[in-house]
Design a protein around this ligand. Structure first.
Ligand code: FES
Length: 94
């Protein structure tokens, strides 16, 4: 892997990542690094922590942030085993 002058690793597309997104299993999307969040109204959202947890379950009362509501629900980010299989009611692509 190619290295920039400061020793940081380049990613698969050849750029030095400014931020890291990590999908917490059955929980939020954790975002770390240098990034800005823009709200629905186009204005920057406040950021007070180095790592931000963004809700993926849709149940948080403080969206877009995670409030741990996913723990009380049965939220799972694992698709059902047959989710990718087309059903009789779905048109086939192609
Ligand atoms: S992912 Fe945590 S409240 Fe939705």
């Amino acid at each position: 892997m190619e290295q920039p002058s400061d020793g940081a690793a380049l990613n698969a597309v050849g750029v030095e990542p400014a931020a890291q997104l990590k999908f917490y299993p059955d929980g939020p999307l954790l975002v770390r690094g240098d990034f800005e969040m823009i709200g629905r109204d186009g204005n920057p959202l406040p950021r007070t922590r180095a790592t931000v947890a963004l809700c993926r379950c849709g149940l948080s009362a403080i969206k877009p942030y995670c409030d741990d509501s996913h723990k009380l629900s049965r939220f799972s980010d694992v698709p059902p085993a047959d989710a990718a299989a087309p059903t009789a009611n779905e048109p086939k692509s192609g």
